[in-house]
Design a binder for this molecule. Structure first.
Ligand code: BG6
Length: 489
């Protein structure tokens, strides 16, 4: 069903996000006929431009994706009907984000429903929303809605996230605010709810009685690329943990919601994050990549990347052990890790189950008995594996480790998706389930606050070679509990 009629106003029309993700997402939505025929898209930015130049620019970018297999969006060819639908609805407005005049002009362009998409640097979030409020553009009446989509990073610590929420909520209602976390747009992340709550065979054992521990990994092979200026004051912890990894954590560990209503789901997520105990520096490891090889090519160390200080202490890797103090998870460690320039790209959740209660198969050496693991694979493969023991064929009773794999593409036709389609569609349709509520964000920052403080106070991250599995101390973090990270390759 197409989304309701709406004017979409994109702040940051000339930015990277608009080109790489928003336009492909709108194109895919148009291709699936999910946009209303009256949809209008206004791009706002401070540089000179016109409808024609913006349309031309974005058409060229869309075309260039057909030649770039590494882009988030890649298609063999651009369908002229779907892209034409989007292109013909694009309009450009030159305007300073901080000047009231810009908002007067925007006001003249939006007759009814509007979504304001903030594809801009974080320092503009509060000022833009305040200007929208002062110009009366957030007032909803006569059945028309006004919504704001806010990108990450949402704050840089607990205090700044609280302050940002306060400023936004002074001019907008919580129900108008759509705080994006693009991990929630990923198919398998949403599928975790289906796997857990639509089946009778996982949820009963998804708890402390049966689960030994959980590993959540978001490993990347790429380095910081051209984003040094953003990454230097940010680092792996802020960039990935209280947002993306905590969303994976919530989906994996929250209680079943009473419905899929946005408030019901978000309440369970908030309760889970509130049960996460603040992580102490002794339960966390930070690392920074040195030179090495990435897919056969020699790559520089982080400190030699553009816009990075020679003596930078910014972490490009973070690993931590979380404790969740609630009835279901007490005593079950959750180990989280994320890093750039690692051996392989892999985003996954691995739930490790406790072994069988006693050893019946004495002929099989203990170290050859496979641990039972359910792995939910988010990227680059989407699906799930279960790992368990079976009998090796032959006259003796020997155990062998086996694995059964479900890949999404084997069962379902996969829709073209850059991860933003669902999020955009949901926002247009008024479904906030996959967006972050203020309390969830603040509780996440509170959980990592001791680390933000301790790591900001000094000390060097532990070096690790590019193309490796991360710093040694991260192995020790698990080894002291008698456990090991799953290998990345
Ligand atoms: C972004 C981070 O939010 O997520 C990046 O700022 C990171 O540093 C990216 O590379 C990872 O997302 P994905 O979807 O590529 O796993």
């Amino acid at each position: 069903k197409p989304a309701p009629p709406c004017t979409i106003v994109i702040f940051g029309a000339g930015g990277d996000l608009t080109k790489r993700l928003l336009m492909p997402a709108l194109y895919n939505l148009a291709g699936s006929r999910l946009l209303d025929g009256t949809t209008t898209i206004w791009g706002v930015d401070h540089t000179d431009g016109s409808d024609d130049s913006w349309r031309k620019n974005l058409s060229d970018t869309m075309e260039s994706f057909t030649k770039d297999e590494t882009a988030e969006f890649h298609a063999k060819h651009i369908d002229p009907t779907a892209w034409g639908f989007v292109r013909d609805r694009l309009h450009y407005l030159k305007g300073d984000f901080l000047a009231p005049g810009t908002y007067e002009q925007i006001g003249e362009k939006i007759p009814g429903n509007a979504v304001f998409y903030l594809a801009v640097a974080a320092r503009f979030f509060a000022p833009i929303v305040e200007h929208l409020g002062q110009a009366g553009l957030l007032k909803q009446g006569d059945g028309a809605f006004r919504r704001v989509v806010i990108e990450k990073p949402f704050g840089s610590d607990l205090a700044s996230a609280q302050e940002l929420n306060k400023r936004l909520l002074a001019v907008a209602d919580e129900s108008q605010l759509y705080r994006i976390d693009h991990f929630l747009g990923k198919e398998t992340v949403q599928s975790i709810m289906a796997i857990r709550f639509a089946n009778g065979m996982f949820e009963p054992i998804w708890r402390r009685d049966f689960v030994d521990h959980v590993q959540i990994t978001a490993a990347e092979t790429i380095g910081v690329e051209e984003r040094g200026a953003f990454y230097e004051p940010t680092g792996a912890l802020r960039d990935m943990v209280p947002n993306h990894l905590f969303q994976l954590l919530c989906m994996t560990a929250m209680e079943p919601p009473v419905s899929f209503d946005a408030e019901a789901v978000r309440t369970e997520k908030a309760k889970l994050v509130q049960a996460v105990q603040p992580v102490q520096p002794g339960d966390a490891v930070r690392g920074q990549y040195r030179a090495g090889t990435e897919q056969g090519r020699t790559v520089p160390g982080y400190r030699d990347e553009p816009h990075v200080a020679e003596d930078s202490r910014t972490e490009t890797y973070a690993a931590l052990k979380l404790t969740i103090d609630n009835w279901r998870w007490a005593g079950v460690p959750f180990y989280l890790r994320t890093g750039k320039r690692m051996t392989a790209r892999r985003t996954e959740i691995a739930v490790h189950f406790k072994p069988a209660p006693y050893r019946l198969f004495r002929d099989t050496p203990v170290d050859q008995i496979a641990p039972n693991i359910v792995r939910i694979m988010v990227d680059p493969v989407q699906g799930m594996t279960t790992e368990f023991n079976a009998k090796v064929p032959g006259p003796s009773m020997q155990l062998g480790a086996v694995r059964s794999t479900f890949r999404e593409g084997d069962f379902f036709r996969q829709e073209p998706n850059v991860g933003y389609e669902t999020l955009l569609y949901d926002c247009l349709s008024g479904d906030a389930t996959l967006f972050q509520r203020a309390d969830n964000i603040e509780a996440s920052w509170a959980a990592v606050e001791p680390l933000v403080k301790a790591w900001g106070a000094g000390g060097d991250p532990e070096p690790y070679e590019s193309g490796s599995a991360g710093p040694k101390a991260a192995d020790e973090l698990l080894a002291r509990d008698g456990r090991r990270w799953l290998p990345l390759d």
